[in-house]
Ligand binder design. Structure first.
Ligand code: CTP
Length: 395
């Protein structure tokens, strides 16, 4: 995922410095080459040896005394991204004012690529107007600030100041490293299942988790697009930086999609929309008074088919979950719904489809071109689909 990327992790002297060990380890697991700078204060909390072992590289600790006479310049040149995790008020103050008293602040000044700063401190310190002013200034300069979380702090107080978990920061790093080549484009993405009520407490739905659709929304956002995500009920966190609309039924999803369709350049219908809804849902909870029950269903509108008829400048992408003859079915959907691309997968395949974190997809284009991606993480699949969207926009 971060293969061939070189990430420099700066650790400053806060109690959360121990979490940096896990971040380094996760970065390496993702395929990145990792270098670490520990400030003098950080070395009061954590040892260089830990980071040497986890990163597999020498740890930088100071401007002077090492083998390299200009470590700040070499490290800045040899990195694709710098992340400061945790960042103390002291580091933030220096960086915001262009001051460079040590190796980390110096190399941040010398570095041209994306810098991700993760403040972590006592809540009152974080709320202090000087700290907030410095952070606003860094954001203005183009630094990516990951705000601390609220909760119990090491000092025993409760408030905003906790360092976010390594996983959350890894996602920000991934996002900061991808090219912003979809800037200026508006994406409309649907995700998750729909729920069709039978009575006030029961519904019919399907196994869609929303993972693929959310990954698509995140991938488009990371590449600079404006994204509207229309989602059925899922247990996933709303992606940051995306305009989110939560819906329940297919009819609600249709309304939300049509509202946003005109403004969209690229529309990806990833949601597993229920094809049927109960003809007359009971207004009251159904009692178990009868031994057998027959439910009557009516067909829901096919949203994608409708979009295919309305389409003007939009690129229209559909999904197809199939259990056999995948290409034949996908081709039929592409034609019937007037699509530019269909992403199809076999539902029965291990490591693909509903609820899985990975997917194995076949992609069919309007001109008959067809390609198959090997099994990969859903976010990776989403990134590959973004490459294809970009190619199609260029034609
Ligand atoms: N879709 C939609 N509205 C529906 C049903 C499906 O917009 N009422 C969209 C899905 O979001 C997906 C595509 O249509 O992008 C394919 O859905 P699928 O249910 O697999 O296809 P159907 O056309 O319903 O065909 P079938 O049920 O026969 O497989």
């Amino acid at each position: 995922m971060l293969t061939k990327k070189r990430v420099l992790v700066g650790v400053t002297g806060g109690i959360a410095a121990y979490k940096a060990a896990e971040l380094v380890s996760s970065l390496r697991e993702s395929g990145a080459t990792v270098n670490v700078v520990l400030t003098e204060a950080a070395r009061e909390f954590v040892q260089p040896l830990t980071f040497k072992a986890l990163s597999g590289n020498q740890v930088y600790t100071g401007l002077f005394g090492g083998l390299d006479p200009v470590p700040h310049i070499s490290a800045a040149k040899e990195s694709d991204l710098v992340v400061v995790y945790p960042a103390t008020a002291n580091f933030i103050g220096h960086a915001a004012n262009g001051l460079a008293p040590d190796l980390l602040t110096t190399l941040v000044l010398a570095f041209k690529g994306p810098v991700v700063i993760c403040p972590s401190m006592n809540a009152r310190m974080f709320a202090n107007v000087a700290v907030q002013h410095n952070l606003a200034r860094l954001q203005d300069y183009g630094y990516v600030i990951v705000p601390p979380e609220s909760g119990r702090l090491a000092c025993g107080e409760v408030g905003q100041g906790r360092l976010p978990a390594p996983g959350a920061v890894l996602e920000v790093i991934r996002g900061a490293l991808v090219p912003k080549d979809l800037k200026g484009l508006n994406f409309l993405v649907t995700a998750g299942p729909t729920r069709e009520p039978l009575d006030p407490v029961r519904y019919i739905s399907n196994r869609s988790s929303g993972k693929m659709g959310y990954a698509l929304a995140r991938a488009a956002r990371d590449r600079g697009a404006q994204v509207v995500l229309i989602s059925g009920p899922t247990s996933l966190a709303k992606p940051a930086g995306v305009s989110y609309s939560g819906v329940k039924t297919a009819l609600e999803m249709r309304e939300a999609v049509l509202e946003n369709f005109d403004a969209a350049d690229v529309v990806i219908m990833c949601a597993a929309v229920s094809d049927y809804r109960a003809k007359t849902p009971s207004p009251k909870k159904v009692k178990k008074e009868v031994r057998e029950m027959v439910l009557e269903f009516v067909q829901n509108p096919d949203i994608l088919e409708e979009l295919g008829r309305l389409k003007r400048h939009q690129l229209l992408i559909g999904f197809a979950a199939e259990d056999d003859n995948i290409l034949e079915h996908a081709r039929r959907k592409l034609e019937a719904k007037n699509l530019d691309m269909v992403v199809a997968n076999l539902i029965a395949q291990e490591g693909a489809g509903f609820e899985a974190d990975t997917n194995i997809v076949k992609i069919l284009f309007r001109n008959g071109r067809f390609l198959e991606l090997p099994r990969m993480d859903k976010y990776e699949v989403a990134q590959r689909l973004m490459d294809m969207v970009l190619d199609m926009r260029r034609i």
